[in-house]
Design a protein. Structure first.
Length: 148
């Protein structure tokens, strides 16, 4: 079986709750796909050894490493008014590095045993599926940034 984790901005963090239930019941699939906010959760699954996953999914995930995945709503609104976008891309990039380091798709597959795919698109062009087969040397963090 497979699991596709979709976007939804900050709501994507709710995917962690779903994963915790699936893991605790032994139902978490080996094939995981993520796009936009769901790519954050998918990448997390690839960076943690299977025997540590359940104990790692705790309420502090969205703010671990003293970094927030998504700024508070009022800060996002202010950033939008000042810059025309909701989030600071450099800050987001630093957050992905704090969580995922320099883990590649190949390393994530070897560590987790899960086939992890992250979908990205470039403007109106056809999207790309990044994983350990199509892009083994690509860093998870860069794929997450591109997907979000």
């Amino acid at each position: 079986t497979a699991l596709c984790l979709s976007g939804g901005g900050a709501l994507a963090m709710y995917h962690f709750g779903v994963l915790k239930v699936l893991l605790s019941e032994g139902l978490c699939p080996q094939v995981i796909s993520g796009t936009s906010g769901g790519s954050i959760v998918a990448a997390f699954l690839g960076c943690v050894p299977p025997n540590e996953l359940l104990e790692t999914i705790t309420p502090d995930i969205p703010t671990r490493y003293s970094r927030r995945w998504f700024p508070r709503p009022h800060k996002m609104a202010l950033h939008f008014l000042q810059h025309g976008v909701l989030m600071d891309s450099e800050g987001f990039s630093q957050t992905t590095k704090a969580y995922f380091g320099d883990t590649t798709f190949e390393e994530a597959f070897q560590l987790s045993g899960r086939a992890l795919s992250i979908q990205v698109s470039i403007g109106s062009q056809t999207g790309y599926v990044l994983n350990h087969l199509t892009s083994p040397a690509v860093l998870l963090r860069t794929a997450v940034c591109a997907s979000c």
